[in-house]
Design a protein around this ligand. Structure first.
Ligand code: THU
Length: 141
């Protein structure tokens, strides 16, 4: 089994670069994300806001959906960058949880300061795919 090495400096820089594409005319809070997958590929994302506020998508989910939409479901690490090293929102934590149980997540700012958490730290006692009772669902169908 090969293990994908995590180059945190590169992942952080890619998230900083991705943040430059943030479309945030309403909040002015720009977020960048970079997701490393098992293939070694990095998928970047930024937040994309909308005049209908609830249609906004976070940077993390942009990156995740880009990866999943081309068949990359094995996540290795993620970097998230804001001006104030803000933590990822609950919805994004749950979306990460669908594909990874203990992803290391760098939370940083644009100056390069950061902290690394695991998803379990950010989302303890979580609900995931295996939480569904497939036996029960099978009996219904
Ligand atoms: N935002 C993200 O992109 N990721 C998060 O985890 C938190 C919030 C974005 C959504 C919105 O465009 C702006 O930050 C303010 O909430």
């Amino acid at each position: 089994m090969t293990k994908t090495l995590i180059d945190w400096t590169d992942l952080l820089q890619q998230a900083i670069n991705a943040r430059n594409y943030a479309y945030a005319p309403y909040s002015h809070y720009k977020v960048g994300a970079a997701l490393l997958t098992k293939s070694g590929q990095v998928y970047t994302g930024c937040n994309i806001e909308n005049a209908g506020y609830s249609s906004t998508i976070c940077a993390e989910r942009t990156a995740i959906f880009k990866a999943v939409s081309v068949g990359e479901l094995d996540f290795v690490a993620m970097a998230i960058v804001t001006t104030n090293a803000g933590a990822p929102c609950g919805v994004c934590r749950q979306v990460i949880r669908e594909f990874a149980t203990d992803l290391p997540i760098l939370v940083g700012d644009i100056e390069g300061n950061y902290q690394i958490f695991t998803l379990t730290e950010l989302l303890p006692h979580s609900f995931g795919p295996e939480s569904l009772s497939y036996d029960f669902l099978n009996k219904l169908s």
